[in-house]
Write a protein that binds this ligand. Structure first.
Ligand code: CAA
Length: 380
């Protein structure tokens, strides 16, 4: 077993770390405060080849592996969790399903703009009544000649206000329940598509979340992804990959909590000495560092499994479950180490706490991850 990064993985880590520290981190507090979408950072990430990291060069991507993807995600999230989720959704939830399930024409037409960052993608699975129970889709798609007519509402859609393309799920045959779901590559500029108002969230404020309302939207048959009825499988397969990205985001947030707390503990003096001299603080730092290391290893392992084209549902759920809960614990300890200063917005500790919370919820709650893991164990 080799734990060293390859030359390419090491290079991407250095490059993204330098970009994140110099250009993303200085803006993170302001973007959190104002909820401003980081358009200029997304453009820069596109120039660096980060919007389609694991998409082959033939289709406009950077042609790297999924370890490179999680390395980049961790570095961006360490600086700004909002910017990281914009990146994650485009890579995992928009590019990935087209790469895995698209036909050659779709890959040549839709992937290059998404993977190069000229277009932005989003993922329309969640509905007001279909969150954890993602099979309970109410959005309908009715075939009429050479197109489908879509009606329904998607909600909590990351990137919806800026997205050009949405990987969207709808019922083509409700009698067949989850086997009646079909996936579409929706052009967000289509007639009948309306993006709802931006949600006012607890954290990841610079990433925009909104509903998508579909009223008699015509989608050409050539924009159906996969066959009719394959949608649920496509959604689950896509989320297996997406959860690895969110695990990496959580590792980045946890690292931000640790690194900020470590710096503060060395600086802050009480009882005549830096608080880092006290075991009470040292033990918290030790626990944070250990859990971050474990979370990163689980995340790398899941990405490695994906790179080998092996089923990775259990591994990605384990990575997301552990990393998101470790990020929550680290962010709580980060605030505690900062004392009263951890509770005010002048320090980033409270932002890490608010940003960490969503990683236990989106792309499947911790309860859903436990379900996926236990089902894999029971099936053997
Ligand atoms: N890959 C391929 N196929 C899969 C699969 C996978 N990972 N998981 C399940 N399937 C298949 C099963 O084999 C089964 O197939 P058959 O019917 O042919 O036997 C079928 O799907 C149904 O499987 P289950 O019976 O296990 O399905 P279920 O209804 O019990 O649901 C679930 C499973 C795990 C609860 C699933 O609904 C789920 O993951 N829910 C959470 C949804 C979620 O993560 N939403 C996130 C929204 S996106 C988001 O958050 C983006 C963002 O903003 C950042």
């Amino acid at each position: 077993m080799v734990f060293d990064l390859t030359e390419e993985q090491g290079m991407i880590q250095d490059m993204v770390r330098s970009f994140a520290q110099k250009e993303v981190l200085p803006k993170a507090a302001e973007m959190d405060e104002t909820g401003r979408y980081p358009e200029e950072l997304v453009r820069k990430m596109a120039e660096l080849g980060l919007m389609g990291i694991a998409v082959p060069e033939d289709y406009g991507g950077a042609g790297m592996d999924n370890i490179c993807y999680v390395i980049a995600m961790e570095e961006i999230a360490r600086a700004c969790a909002s910017t990281a989720v914009i990146l994650s959704v485009n890579n995992s939830l928009a590019c990935d399903p087209i790469l895995a399930f698209g036909n050659e024409e779709q890959k040549r037409r839709v992937l290059p703009p998404l993977a190069s960052g000229r277009h932005l993608g989003c993922f329309g699975l969640t509905e007001p009544g279909a969150g954890s129970d993602s099979g309970a889709q109410k959005t309908t798609a009715v075939r009429e000649g050479n197109h489908y007519v879509l009606n329904g509402t998607k909600n909590f859609i990351t990137n919806a206000p800026q997205a050009d393309t949405c990987i969207l799920f709808a019922m083509t045959d409700k009698e067949r329940k989850h086997k009646g779901i079909t996936t579409f590559i929706l052009n967000m500029k289509s007639n009948g598509v309306t993006v709802g108002k931006k949600e006012n969230k607890m954290g990841i404020n610079a990433s925009a979340t909104a509903s998508i309302i579909l009223e008699d939207v015509k989608v050409p048959v050539e924009d159906r992804l996969g066959n009719e009825g394959e949608g649920f499988k496509i959604a689950m397969h896509t989320l297996d990959g997406g959860r690895i990205g969110i695990a990496a985001q959580a590792v980045g947030i946890a690292r931000a909590s640790l690194e900020d707390a470590l710096a503060y503990a060395k600086e802050r003096k009480q009882f005549g000495q830096p608080i880092a001299n006290f075991q009470a603080i040292q033990w918290m730092l030790a626990d944070m560092a250990t859990e971050i290391e474990a979370a990163r290893l689980l995340t790398y392992r899941a990405a490695w499994q994906k790179d080998r084209n092996a089923r990775h549902s259990k591994e990605s759920s384990m990575a997301k479950l552990y990393a998101s809960e470790a990020a929550m614990r680290a962010s709580v300890k980060g605030i505690q180490i900062h004392g009263g200063y951890g509770y005010i917005k002048e320090y980033p500790a409270e932002r890490h706490f608010r940003d960490a919370k969503i990683t236990e919820i989106y792309e499947g709650t911790s309860e859903i991850q436990r379900l996926v893991i236990s089902q894999a164990l029971l099936k053997g």
